[in-house]
Design a protein around this ligand. Structure first.
Ligand code: ATP
Ligand code: MG
Length: 219
């Protein structure tokens, strides 16, 4: 699915914040990434959806070295991924509904299919009465649920999530995790970064641990 071989990362001329990272994510697996604040979890996720480049080493996805992807191929690979960003990254000029609809519009679904799917999912995450709200008028937890819905609406084959339940209450978090489970049972590979040890222990899935630039493999 995705493979890191001796990957290192530094920002600018700074010290390496990730060193000799080796990962071999199996298709259909459910994985956590745990590590203290500042450990480099978000940076590792950014490498996975190639918004930044490693300073050394090799990253391959679906058996392709991602540094060899052409400008046309990159969006094709990205479309297989759903990403929940730590800072949500909703498009500010689009309503909640239109943010979530975006991946389906790109995939070319009919407008009636889009409306049905989006409403159903926003209903599931408890935002049925905020369909037309603009992101700036939503609370942090509501924005996070919109970001969540946008990432999963297309049933991606690879789901990356950065503290996906960091801003919602525990009842809502449970509901969102049920959706992760549903996606996982449909075959989606899942990689979730969090600093919540409790969450990881509750689920018992393999957990990578990142500290001081070193990635420890799941035990
Ligand atoms: N764009 C950047 N330029 C320079 N340094 C950066 C940049 N982004 C992150 N860093 C540094 O890299 C280190 C890792 O940051 P990162 O955001 O990946 O950590 P994190 O594990 O996601 O933390 P948190 O749990 O707080 O979200 C930090 O020391 C941070 O200051
Ligand atoms: Mg982070």
């Amino acid at each position: 699915m995705i493979r890191f071989e001796n990957v290192g990362l530094r920002y600018g001329k700074g010290a390496e914040i990730l060193r000799d990272i080796n990962i071999d994510l199996q298709p259909g697996s459910f994985n956590f990434l745990l590590g203290p604040s500042g450990a480099g979890k978000t940076s590792l996720l950014k490498l996975m959806y190639f918004s930044i480049k490693p300073s050394r080493g090799r990253i391959s996805m679906f058996d392709r070295d991602i540094s060899t992807l052409s400008r046309q191929e990159r969006p094709m690979f990205r479309r297989k991924m759903g990403v929940i960003f730590q800072d949500y990254r909703l498009l500010p000029h689009l309503s909640a509904m239109n943010n979530v609809a975006l991946p389906l519009r790109i995939a070319g679904l009919s407008e009636s299919q889009i409306q049905n799917n989006v409403k159903e999912l926003l209903n599931w995450v408890g935002l049925e009465d905020r369909l037309d709200a603009m992101p700036a008028t939503l609370s942090g937890g509501q924005q996070q649920r919109v970001a969540f819905a946008r990432a999963v609406i297309n049933r991606p084959s690879f789901l990356l999530a950065d503290e996906p339940t960091g801003s919602v209450d525990s009842k809502t978090a449970k509901r969102l995790y049920q959706l992760f489970h549903d996606l996982h049972s449909l075959g989606t590979t899942i990689f979730i970064a969090t600093h919540s040890k409790d969450l990881v222990h509750e689920f018992g899935y393999p957990c990578y641990y990142l500290e001081n630039g070193i990635l420890h493999q799941p035990r």
